[in-house]
Design a protein around this ligand. Structure first.
Ligand code: ADP
Ligand code: MG
Length: 701
């Protein structure tokens, strides 16, 4: 039987089989350029000897049947068979087992090599086909040392995912073994991704193990699981553009209220507070005036073709109201009401009705269950949480929480000093989802950096596809909310069993150049830094501290971050630092600044120290830990602002030690002047790690 992969797959499926045998699986893998063992399938144990003689001893004998997916568990693999005598005994024994299982015997070359790796493929319900790499053999499931990437993979993706595993440490020239051929490994991973794309009936693939012999990876086992159902790609439906949502020229507030404290009133106050220049049409059956605006008593009375309707009415009337809006030619809507699918079964039914109404009218909608959006270039917000005038800037958010249009925005506005461009509170994502918002931000000249908080994805592959391009020009920082379960899926193959949501998300985000964070507050802190500082060109940092303990502990802390490295400064720089310090201290990076302060005072010492490190070509970014208190003489912090201005290509982040009143005053002085500060010393470093990673993602090929 000399059939190609297509015949193998169709024959198996028409025979009602969903697993391919090892031998069949390897034929498919070989078509994708993956090196497999030399082997012969014999149906009669009497033919084993000839096959073994052709291959050459030692050989391996395995029962080959689609009924035996995990062979060694059933004693169906015998390795290291040295001669014909041994073989005939093994062939007789396993021959019986093979007959029971309706299969044959696989006579295979014995691959000598100590390093066993695993590669695999699974189809994630969200991300589609994902390729896995890791430590193989008996340790695979125990150590779960694996990484994932959604297909297709670039060479960089493949090399990066290999580098993420601990198994990577075994691939160099360890213990006299030849280094593994990284090119070949990477190609194999890319090819597995391609295999998934070409073969919609292949559901899972396991190559466990792949043994490294003389540096070359060879698949000694293979398992392909088929599915009767063809995998389908994302369904894409052409939809109306979102410009009327983000740049509305006219807005109707349906459910407008004259009562202070009501959502239908606060939303109007917000719009007015932001100096919105478009037309505002409050709608309320009572008519009259609200906040000096004429109230329309029904949707039918509104002029035709309004850009946006903010619907602040109970869930149950929403579908009907959308249809009325549709009749009036309204283009987009924000659906504020909760009580839909997130609430109960009745709400879920209502959500379906709402969805139908949106499809029938073609209205693009945000929500339901959203506190709205902010779009400062249009001087506009649909938030019904009292916000007042929102400061303008270039930072945009996509969030699966209303917080960024409510209390977190209040926090940003009252504690931090940076401006906002767009905020999209996704709500239940009935229509507008994370991919839509990202697609719009991608072309938005008013958005320079994008911060995302999501608990789930609606169109993950589309989101990542867009992100992959966006991150080459605009950083995307991502916080994933919600517990991530280990290997939640029931699976035949090991790959799927190891595919925890979190590993896949991790790989998928990296592949798209998205920088993942793990702290909610960093959605704000990193945004603040990015709002005023450039992305570093590299990850080599310098910092100066007024204490030895801080130098030591922050150096330790930096080791936690893959994005950060303490810069090796040049001799000339070291000399400059030495020249400003007393001879009893040996200066290096990080910079022990206090001895110099005792000689020259704070301003002069910090200035000279900063100049030295900023001017060093090996330094990409600087953190300054300022000691501020009554006893420290200082006229002004202008020198810090000036340093930031003088070295505009390298970020400067400031944090403090000392006395509350001075530190708070310093924040209030520095931040409006474009220097980000951090109350927690560690935060300055954690945020710089995010900046470095974003810079790296932007610069990638
Ligand atoms: P299973 O179906 O149980 O995964 P494998 O074919 O992977 O069976 O064989 C079990 C183990 O035997 C492998 O993990 C590997 O260590 C060893 N092995 C199998 N085939 C070979 C071979 N051709 N050369 C060297 N070792 C092999
Ligand atoms: Mg195996």
């Amino acid at each position: 039987m000399n059939s190609g992969r297509k015949e193998i797959i169709t024959q198996a499926l028409s025979a009602g089989r969903t697993t391919l045998t090892e031998h069949e699986s390897k034929k498919v893998l070989a078509e994708y350029g993956i090196a497999v063992t030399r082997e012969t399938l014999v149906m009669d144990p009497g033919e084993a000897e000839k096959a073994a003689a052709d291959i050459g001893y030692p050989v391996v004998v395995k029962v080959c049947s689609d009924q035996a997916s995990h062979k060694s568990e059933g004693g169906l693999v015998k390795v290291g068979i040295r001669d014909a005598t041994e073989l005939s005994a093994v062939a007789a024994e396993l021959g019986l087992r093979a007959a029971e299982l309706g299969g044959g015997l696989l006579i295979q070359e014995m691959v000598a090599g100590k390093r066993e790796l695993v590669m695999g493929l699974m189809r994630d319900p969200l991300f589609g086909p994902c390729v896995m790499f890791g430590l193989g053999g008996i340790f695979t499931e125990a150590l779960k040392d694996v990484a994932f990437r959604p297909a297709p993979l670039s060479k960089e993706d493949a090399l990066e995912m290999i580098g993420e595993t601990k198994a990577a440490a075994l691939l160099g020239p360890v213990r006299g073994m030849e280094p593994a051929d990284m090119d070949m490994l990477a190609d194999n991973l890319m090819q597995l991704g391609q295999l998934a794309i070409d073969n919609p009936f292949i559901h899972e693939v396991d190559i466990n193990p792949l043994i490294v012999r003389d540096g070359k990876p060879i698949a000694v086992d293979g398992l392909i699981v088929l599915s009767e159902e063809e995998a389908v790609a994302d369904i894409v439906r052409a939809k109306a553009p979102l410009d009327p949502l983000y740049a509305p020229r006219s807005v109707a507030i349906i459910g407008a209220s004259a009562k202070t404290g009501k959502a239908g009133n606060d939303v109007i106050k917000n719009i007015l507070a932001n100096d919105y220049e478009g037309e505002i049409y409050p709608v309320n059956p009572k008519g009259g005036q609200i906040e000096g605006l004429k109230v329309y008593s029904s949707i039918a009375d509104l002029p035709e073709g309004i850009d946006l309707a903010i619907i602040i009415l109970p869930a149950k009337v929403t579908p009907g109201v959308i249809r009325e809006c549709g009749a009036q030619g309204i283009k987009t809507a924000v659906l504020a009401a909760g009580g839909f699918a997130e609430y109960d079964a009745g709400g879920a039914a209502l959500q379906e009705e709402t969805k139908k109404a949106l499809e029938d009218t073609g209205i693009r909608a945000l929500g339901p269950n959203t506190s709205g959006h902010i779009t400062t270039p249009a001087n506009f917000t649909s938030s019904f949480f009292p916000l007042g005038k929102i400061p303008k800037g270039r930072i945009s958010y996509i969030t699966q929480t209303g917080n960024f249009a409510t209390h977190t925005m209040r926090y940003v506005m009252s504690v931090e000093h940076y401006g906002i461009s767009r905020v999209t509170g996704m709500g239940n994502k009935l229509d507008v989802d994370e991919a839509d918002a990202l697609e719009w931000y991608a072309d938005d000249p008013e958005t320079e950096a994008i911060f995302v908080y999501l608990e789930d994805f609606k169109r993950p592959r589309k989101f990542l596809e867009i992100a992959r391009e966006v991150t080459r020009t605009k950083p995307i920082v991502f916080l994933k909310g919600g517990a991530t379960e280990e290997g939640a899926q029931a699976a035949v193959a090991h790959t799927a069993a190891m595919a925890s949501d979190d590993r896949i998300i991790d790989g998928a985000l990296k592949q798209a150049g998205i920088v993942r964070i793990h702290k909610y507050t960093h959605l704000v802190k990193a945004a603040k830094a990015m709002a005023c500082m450039p992305l570093p060109k590299g990850n080599r940092i310098s910092f100066m501290a007024p204490s030895g303990a801080m130098l030591v502990t922050m150096t330790d802390y930096c080791r936690k971050f893959t994005g950060l490295q303490i810069a090796e400064i040049e001799d000339a720089t070291r000399q400059r630092l030495q020249d400003m310090s007393p001879p009893f201290v040996t200066m290096r990076n990080p910079v022990d600044i206090w001895p110099a302060v005792t000689i020259d005072g704070l301003e002069k010492a910090y200035t000279r120290g900063s100049e030295a490190v900023f001017e060093d070509p090996n330094v990409d970014a600087v953190v300054m830990i300022l000691m501020l208190m009554d006893e420290v003489e200082l006229d002004s912090l202008d020198f810090v602002v000036n340093l930031a201005k003088r070295y505009p290509d390298k970020p400067l982040l400031v944090t403090f030690s000392g006395q509350k009143s001075h530190m708070e005053a310093a924040k209030e002085f520095l931040e409006p002047r474009g220097v980000p500060t951090f109350a927690l010393i560690e935060d300055a470093f954690a945020v710089l790690d995010v900046l470095c990673k974003c810079g790296k993602a932007k610069a990638r090929a």
